[in-house]
Design a protein around this ligand. Structure first.
Ligand code: PML
Ligand code: MG
Length: 237
């Protein structure tokens, strides 16, 4: 028997509810209580601040509803400054045939306090999420191998998310900058590769987020969002 466990942490700032962080796992029954413990302590001690609210959700899942996929290949491009990093990202977007890479980058660097990702239609350049404040949160995925998840592993968790996301028929790319103030490495993913870029923002900056590049010729937005939010995926390295 397997369970999906999801944690989401937020804090109250005047009238606003600020997103602090989230994490999740798909685990066997015997690991369930340990995982709940690890996720709760992660929510309570986060680099984006102390939580006022931690929500933990547990769902039983059916093994036959899970699909298994292989992790994207990874590589790293070293840069010294965020300006250099953003130029690398622009060139990579260009080489993928994105006609307006600056629009993608502008959206990404101005993103803050979103629980989920932006989905950008690459033909019309419109945003496709129903709720523009929250975006679309990719959930229901994990690695096949067990890890210690009491501390965040930015790289591994992002690789898991990007692998699931790029497996959606109509998502042809993803760009990401962490919203954690002490983490400046970001990435661009395409159908084959997850390319890390070692500096995309200044340390201390709370901005950050994800933009998914959606090609409407390949699938409907309803199917795409349903897959991203609900399909159970286990990623094998
Ligand atoms: C996040 O904070 O959720 C994004 C993490 C990006 C990780 C990039 C990397 O190290 O490859
Ligand atoms: Mg985050």
């Amino acid at each position: 028997m397997k369970y999906s466990v999801k944690m989401r942490a937020s804090k109250n700032n005047d009238k606003e509810n600020l997103h602090i962080g989230g994490a999740e796992s798909i685990v066997d029954e015997e690991d369930l209580l340990n995982i709940i413990n690890s996720l709760a302590s992660r929510g309570l001690n986060h680099s984006r601040g102390q939580a006022d609210f931690v929500n933990i959700k547990i769902n039983k899942v059916r093994e036959e509803d899970i699909i298994n996929i292989r992790a994207l290949k990874t590589k790293t491009i070293e840069v010294d400054t965020k300006e250099e990093g953003l130029v690398v990202m622009e060139k990579l977007l260009n080489s993928m045939g994105i006609e307006n890479p600056q629009r993608v980058i502008d959206l990404l660097i101005n993103t803050k306090n979103m629980r989920g990702a932006i989905i950008l239609n690459i033909l019309s350049l419109e945003r496709m999420e129903g709720d523009l404040d929250k975006g679309v949160r990719v959930t229901n995925m994990d690695f096949a191998s067990r890890r210690d998840i009491s501390n965040k592993n930015h790289f591994k968790e992002a690789l898991c998310l990007a692998t699931k996301t790029l497996n959606a028929k109509a998502i042809i790319g993803e760009v990401c900058i962490s919203d954690d103030p002490d983490y400046v490495t970001g990435y661009l993913a395409n159908k084959k590769e997850y390319i890390r870029i070692t500096k995309l923002k200044e340390r201390g900056d709370l901005n950050g987020g994800r933009v998914f590049l959606y090609d409407p010729r390949l699938d409907t937005i309803e199917n795409t969002i349903d897959y991203l939010e609900n399909q159970l995926v286990i990623v094998h390295e």
